[in-house]
Write a protein that binds this ligand. Structure first.
Ligand SMILES: C[S@@+](CC[C@H](N)C(=O)[O-])C[C@H]1O[C@@H](n2cnc3c(N)ncnc32)[C@H](O)[C@@H]1O
Length: 181
């Protein structure tokens, strides 16, 4: 138990120190996974990208629902954990792992993008999203908005101990009146 906590602490410090790490590792709570999948209507025809995928829980959940998914994570230790999770749950063939900065990864094949980052990072990613993702692509963010984009749905979830907010954006609808760029 103590060993696991130390490993988590070391990952946390790495994400703080890592040159291209723009957000620390704070995993999406497991209870939120069904809400995320249902809000984005993730199914077998989808390709879900998690930008900063941490230990892979979101991409693996998408794969369990029949989608293909792409786990983009700058932290090597976390990518290994994500691979381990996918292997354990039998979805290695459905998930692609990329140990790199998400700014280096082409997003044009995504039908769904998930981001649990910070508002400032979402703002930095916005020009890339605008350039690369296709019309109709769903973008779900947890707790932090994409400034200037209009969510088509906001889902507030009360988990008892801490509330969560999911924002659903659709490229071609949410971004058309963005005057903030
Ligand atoms: C708040 S955590 C979210 C983890 C995962 N998406 C989840 O919801 O469980 C943010 C993650 O983004 C990763 N990250 C931060 N900056 C990154 C970058 N420039 N490129 C790729 N990953 C990055 C961190 O290492 C961390 O794992």
């Amino acid at each position: 138990m103590f060993g696991e906590e130390l490993a988590d602490l070391s990952i946390f410090i790495q994400t703080l120190n890592g040159g291209s790490s723009l957000a620390p590792w704070v995993p999406t709570r497991d209870e939120l996974l069904p809400y995320i999948m249902n809000l984005a209507k993730v199914g077998p025809n989808d390709v879900l990208y998690d930008l900063g995928c941490g230990d892979g829980r979101v991409v693996v959940e998408a794969a369990l629902r029949g989608a293909r998914s792409v786990c983009v994570e700058v932290n090597k230790e976390l990518i290994s954990r994500a691979e381990e999770r996918a292997r354990k749950l039998g979805v290695m063939d459905k998930v692609n792992f990329i140990n790199d900065d998400f700014f280096n990864v082409e997003l044009k094949n995504a039908t769904v993008i998930y981001m649990y980052l910070l508002t400032s990072v979402n703002k930095m990613l916005k020009p890339k999203l605008s350039r690369e993702i296709r019309i109709g692509t769903r973008v779900v963010t947890l707790d932090f908005e994409i400034p200037g984009w209009k969510p088509v749905h906001i889902l507030r979830i009360s988990l008892g101990y801490r509330d969560a907010t999911l924002y659903l954006y659709i490229k071609g609808i949410s971004d058309i009146y963005d005057l903030s760029i």
